[in-house]
Design a protein around this ligand. Structure first.
Ligand SMILES: Nc1ncnc2c1ncn2[C@@H]1O[C@H](COP(=O)(O)OP(=O)(O)OP(=O)(O)O)[C@@H](O)[C@H]1O
Ligand SMILES: O=C(O)c1ccc[n+]([C@@H]2O[C@H](COP(=O)([O-])O)[C@@H](O)[C@H]2O)c1
Length: 197
């Protein structure tokens, strides 16, 4: 049987407690390793990313420093930007022929997947582990994707709703408001350096 890896693609600008909980629960529930895969240039957020890739990777490293089974995959650094998931999956399949890859994402990402490059191929190349997200009803999304592709395979991550986002955290940093553990306390100073110009 092939070794299963859960890929957790994202911008992580910054990574936060929602990401850590998702990855931790995904590792527990699948018994697979979870690879955080920061996008150097995320296709749908081009021109919007505030922190450098090096800073985003440093922050992920600190976020997962006490966790087992969670690591960083920097494969997208070697690909042409922006990093489209279909291309990443092809490269990973070639590089790790003995592994099978699942993709971890939030409901908002799955909702938009039909806007991804070669989305039907993406659906055929991986299965999805999906976390619910406030304001995004997954029921119609699952039905639409089941209808659209016979390859669509998914499971719902068992996780309480954690209604936080990188955008909201950046805003709090800029407004000098407390972060109360939304990111590890050791990272708060770094966030101020990165996001408060
Ligand atoms: N609180 C959360 N609950 C569920 N899924 C989440 C949560 N935060 C992020 N995700 C998911 O994790 C993946 C990577 O997220 P990303 O790095 O874009 O952070 P984000 O918080 O979604 O950023 P933004 O503020 O731009 O929405 C995406 O698939 C996103 O849907
Ligand atoms: O391949 C695409 O067309 C595509 C379009 C949008 C997002 N993605 C991937 O989805 C993941 C989450 O992206 P984001 O923008 O929500 O941080 C990340 O790995 C992106 O590369 C991929």
């Amino acid at each position: 049987m092939s070794k299963r890896i859960v890929l957790f693609g994202g911008t992580f600008d910054p990574p936060h407690i929602g990401h850590l909980l998702m990855a931790t629960l995904a590792a527990e529930q699948t018994e697979a390793d979870v690879w955080f895969m920061p996008a150097p240039v995320p296709p749908h957020k081009q021109g919007q990313v505030m922190a450098s890739l090096a800073d985003r990777k440093d922050m992920i490293r600190q976020l997962i420093s006490r966790s087992t089974g969670l690591s960083i995959c920097d494969i997208e650094e070697s690909l042409r930007a922006p990093s489209y998931t279909v291309d990443t999956l092809r490269v990973l399949r070639d590089k790790y022929p003995a592994y099978s890859f699942s993709f971890l994402m939030g409901a908002d990402s799955l909702e938009n997947i039909q806007t991804w490059k070669e989305w039907e191929t993406v659906l055929a190349m991986t299965d999805f582990l999906v976390a619910a997200r406030e304001g995004h009803d997954l029921t119609p999304v699952f039905s639409e994707l089941r209808r659209a592709s016979s390859h669509f395979q998914y499971s719902l991550l068992r996780m309480p709703l954690v209604d936080v986002s990188s955008t909201w955290i950046r805003q709090r940093v800029i407004e000098k408001l407390p972060l109360c553990g939304l990111v590890p306390f050791a990272l708060e100073e770094k966030l101020r350096e990165i996001y408060v110009k």
